[in-house]
Design a protein around this ligand. Structure first.
Ligand SMILES: NC(=O)c1ccc[n+]([C@@H]2O[C@H](COP(=O)([O-])OP(=O)(O)OC[C@H]3O[C@@H](n4cnc5c(N)ncnc54)[C@H](OP(=O)(O)O)[C@@H]3O)[C@@H](O)[C@H]2O)c1
Length: 245
């Protein structure tokens, strides 16, 4: 039985990961800010076979409460083996472009709250010389685009931060897994028109759980996004600046 802390547990992608872990009989500690949703998800995960499904209500922008939340998760499950960090908001780029406050709020949610969590978790896992930390970044972090560069730059920070953390923790037997989904059909993207490039959260969750099991360093989900982003990253800036997407 693995003891898994799911941060942003009401995310559609995280919920599907938790369903896979529940079916394996793992113990789960679910953190999110919507208590009713958390209760419903926890009840469902217990029916699906979870050894336990504790809930913890927290706005993850309340960084002063991160250490206490981690203490509570360790106490409830008798330790933590694996952490998945999944919370996020898809920034309104047009509104951000007009407002410093909105831009910084988005960076706070999508980057700084995760940096805070990772700093606490890394030190705890380093001390016990074990653990797996998985974070959902995005292909949007691979190259800033006019249509979503606030969200993308926050995800870029997470990608770079976890790259450094992975090197630091390698000798301590702690794996750091970074997940870069492309377009996923979840509440976050409810207003978007869906097409061929879109994946379902259940399929994305299967790939995420597999990457965590294998302690992969970095995975694009679905895998074809690796090739898409490899091409996008090589477009010269003098051409890229004229493109509209
Ligand atoms: N969907 C995509 O196309 C896509 C692509 C690439 C990466 N991602 C990333 O995948 C992750 C999961 O997203 P999703 O697609 O599963 O979307 P989702 O279902 O909308 O989940 C996002 C979750 O983040 C939570 N959240 C946001 N701010 C929070 C805060 N301050 N405190 C606590 N919880 C907070 C939301 O909680 P509330 O319900 O309470 O607001 C929601 O449960 C995110 O990191 C996202 O950036 C998604």
């Amino acid at each position: 039985m693995t003891k898994i802390l799911v941060i942003g547990a009401t995310s559609a992608i995280a919920e599907h990961c938790a369903r896979i872990w529940a079916a394996r009989g793992d113990a789960l500690y679910l953190v999110a800010r919507n208590e009713e949703r958390l209760k419903t998800i926890a009840a469902d995960l217990k029916v699906r076979g979870a050894a336990n499904a504790h809930i913890h209500c927290l706005d993850l922008n309340d960084m002063g409460s991160h250490a206490a939340m981690l203490d509570a998760a360790e106490a409830a499950m008798g330790g933590v083996d694996t952490v998945l960090i999944a919370h996020g908001t898809l920034s309104n780029q047009k509104a951000c472009a007009q407002s410093v406050e909105e831009t910084l709020a988005e960076i706070n949610t999508n980057a700084l709250s995760t940096v805070s969590l990772l700093t606490h978790i890394a030190n705890r896992f380093e001390a016990k010389q074990a653990g797996t930390i998985a974070v959902i970044s995005s292909v949007a972090g691979d190259r800033g685009r006019a249509s979503n560069y606030v969200y993308g730059s926050a995800k870029a920070m997470i990608t770079a931060f976890t790259s450094g953390l992975r090197q630091r923790l390698y000798k301590s037997n702690v794996a750091v897994v970074i997940i870069k989904p492309g377009f996923v059909d979840t509440p976050m993207t409810a207003s978007f028109k869906k097409g061929l490039l879109w994946a379902k959260p259940a399929a994305v969750a299967t790939a995420i759980v597999r990457a965590i099991d294998k302690r992969n360093d970095e995975v694009y989900v679905p895998a074809f996004w690796w090739a898409v982003m490899a091409v996008i990253k090589t477009i010269p800036s003098r051409i890229f600046r004229k493109l509209k997407f």
